[in-house]
Design a protein around this ligand. Structure first.
Ligand SMILES: [Zn+2]
Length: 305
């Protein structure tokens, strides 16, 4: 069964990877009637208008700005490209460009969401990955912006993805009235805001070990079984969030590191009551965190960030 957050994957585009090195084919598609182009500057997308409701500003190839062409792919017979504009040429204060975080509420649930995430993920990576980590030479783009090659030593770079786990930690008999889940909050968040715990994967770990280590580091709670829930691309700037449901084998909260200001256990009744009263504010609909919490709760909860 698809979890709600997997709606991003309901409308994937055909990435047409086999054509990325075919200059003739790429040029042909660029000139095809109906082809559309999304201008991207690093981690920002050009949007329609300058206000917060503006969506991605697709344009025709003729009207596209100068920049590196990147093939995104095809959906419903339409080919989509991104054009990577030099981020240095775009004013920081120019409101006609939006960071992905501002754009997310607009593209949430929209069929173009996978295209926008694809474009911004590559835009960010291409903008910050400029020199070969092996020999220091300047890198050259290949495969329609999906690879970077070193002209001196030949080493190739692929788009970077940082794996992170995000976990709903539960304790007690599943479905019982006194079953509880563990949420935490950071000091910088507005009052009442809580979310699932999360952390970055480290080399050599299994994902289950990452979950156990992060939960122990942040709260002192011990975790036994870990089950995969689902995933969410999160190119802010380069994460893949791997959602997990973790079973706690202890309940004492001892905040070991300084990442969290507070961590608490909630029963379903406490969660519903506090969310309805606005005392507990949960993450918004697009996040896998929301899906994890509502999956455990067994339904929709009121209010969000
Ligand atoms: Zn090199």
């Amino acid at each position: 069964m698809a979890h709600p957050h997997q709606r991003i994957s309901l409308t994937p585009h055909d990435r047409l990877g086999v054509h990325r090195r075919d200059a003739v084919w790429l040029d042909d598609r660029w000139q095809q009637a109906g082809t559309r182009v999304l201008p991207v500057a690093g981690g920002r997308v050009r949007r329609t208008g300058r206000d917060e409701g503006g969506g991605p500003a697709w344009t025709s190839p003729d009207a596209a700005p100068e920049g590196r062409r990147v093939l995104l792919g095809e959906r419903d017979g339409t080919t989509s490209f991104a054009v990577m504009v030099d981020p240095g040429s775009v004013d920081e204060d120019d409101r006609s460009w939006a960071a992905l975080r501002e754009m997310l509420p607009v593209v949430d649930g929209h069929p173009d969401a996978p295209l926008v995430l694809h474009a911004v993920g590559l835009g960010e990576w291409l903008a910050v990955t400029r020199f070969c980590p092996n020999c220091g030479a300047g890198l050259e783009a290949a495969a329609s912006g999906h690879e970077l090659e070193c002209p001196r030593c030949g080493r190739r770079q692929f788009p970077r993805t940082d794996a992170a786990v995000i976990m709903l930690v539960r304790h007690g008999v599943p479905g019982a009235d006194d079953e509880r889940c563990l949420l935490g909050r950071q000091a910088v968040w507005p009052e009442g805001r809580f979310s699932t715990l999360a952390g970055f994967y480290e080399p050599g770990e299994t994902l289950e070990d990452t979950v156990r280590r992060e939960v122990a580091e942040e709260t002192g709670v011990q975790v036994g079984d870990v089950e995969y829930f689902g995933n969410q691309p999160w190119p802010l700037p380069a994460s893949l969030m791997l959602g997990m449901v973790a079973e706690a084998t202890s309940t004492d909260i001892v905040r070991v590191d300084d990442e969290l200001e507070d961590a608490r256990w909630f029963t379903r009744a406490e969660m519903a009551e506090q969310a309805a009263a606005g005392e507990l504010v949960l993450p918004g609909g697009i996040s896998i965190s929301r899906s994890l919490i509502e999956h455990w709760y067994g339904g929709e909860l009121p209010g969000s960030w």
